[in-house]
Design a protein around this ligand. Structure first.
Ligand SMILES: C[S@@+](CC[C@H](N)C(=O)[O-])C[C@H]1O[C@@H](n2cnc3c(N)ncnc32)[C@H](O)[C@@H]1O
Length: 317
């Protein structure tokens, strides 16, 4: 299944939008006046924002839209031009290599400690798990959790256009994986490579009715939702809508999320409160995420690393 895919290119093809920052770690050009929270259909999200210190009517963060619609905190590096490449080689070179993007080793370790034993029990009972990777990009975190790959393994897999055509390791358990993202090219790659079985292309902050319905259905049906390095990009009402669908499903299920430090801390606090209102906390890990880019080191003097808080939560059943 591929919901609303605009164009499927070959792995060697070129994405249509090439911001001027291509090939560098400079931020993409941003359009003025965009990127502030537009809609607030969920009253409780606004209450959460107020508790986080944002008066009603104010934006929840200082996020700005890049040319692709991705909203990134002003003090955080924009990577949108990499997300819309036709294959993950630039992601490997400019993020995993250039910034020591080690977070998937910690995502995998936390998944293995707190979720994988449950998955293995289910699969031993003959089930095929429904996994949703929310804001999946090219599928690096699915490779880490479902295929059990290390960051070095992903690096080797994504070193060039030929080697990235298929995962170097098979899945560790029986699963149907749904990738959801705003980037059509990243989803097309992940589906063609066999990392995802089905994909949903959606701007989760402003989805079309069809994409919204498909994303919400995937959240309801999911046994495990992975949402790493992603909630920072989403508006609180969007997060709440998706988490409500996941939380309301009458079956067991797990969510792995992570929060990035030092970016958008008030928004992260509001997101944590929202998650704790709807789900049971299982456990957490603190770890390195990646090195700060030169732009981020200017914004956060004296800091070298972005850090992660990894949380596992489960449905209340
Ligand atoms: C840092 S990547 C996350 C990849 C992987 N989950 C990880 O932990 O490394 C962030 C992803 O969020 C996606 N994204 C950003 N804003 C989005 C939005 N409004 N709707 C859907 N996806 C979005 C981007 O396209 C990108 O693929």
């Amino acid at each position: 299944m591929f919901i609303k895919i605009q164009t499927v290119r070959s792995l060697e093809g070129h994405a249509p939008v090439r911001p001027e920052s291509m090939g560098t770690l400079l931020p993409c050009r941003r359009r003025r006046g965009q990127g502030f929270a537009k809609i607030a259909p969920f009253e409780s999200s606004l209450d959460l924002l107020q508790r986080a210190g944002c008066p009603r009517g104010m934006s929840d963060t200082n996020r700005k839209s890049g040319t692709t619609g991705v909203k990134t905190d002003e003090k955080k590096q924009h990577f949108d031009d990499i997300y819309i490449e036709p294959n993950p080689v630039a992601f490997k070179e400019r993020i995993i290599d250039a910034l020591d993007y080690v977070s998937d080793d910690f995502n995998r370790a936390t998944f293995d400690r707190l979720i994988k034993p449950w998955c293995e029990d289910r699969v031993a009972n003959g089930e095929t798990l429904k996994i949703v990777d929310l804001c999946c990009c090219f599928g690096n975190t699915t490779l880490a959790l479902v295929n059990g790959m290390t960051v070095d393994g992903i690096r080797a897999n994504w070193k060039d256009v030929d080697s990235c055509r298929a995962p170097l390791k098979p899945r560790r358990f029986s699963a149907v994986v749904t990738g959801i993202d705003i980037s059509g090219p990243a989803l097309a790659y992940g589906k063609e490579a066999g990392i995802f079985d089905q994909v949903i292309e959606a701007d989760l902050n402003a989805p079309s009715p069809e994409a919204k319905e498909a994303a919400e259905r995937a959240m309801t049906e999911a046994d495990v939702v992975i949402s790493t390095a992603s909630l920072v990009y989403l508006d609180l009402p969007a997060i709440e809508g998706l988490i409500d669908r996941f939380a309301d499903a009458p079956k067991e299920g797990f969510l792995l999320v992570n929060f990035l430090n030092p970016f958008a801390l008030e928004k992260a606090d509001a997101t944590k409160r929202l998650l704790l209102e709807k789900l049971d906390f299982v456990g957490s890990t603190a770890s390195r995420h990646r090195r700060l880019s030169p732009l981020e080191r200017e914004n956060y003097p004296g800091e070298e690393w972005a850090l992660l808080e990894l949380w596992v939560l489960r449905r209340r059943v």
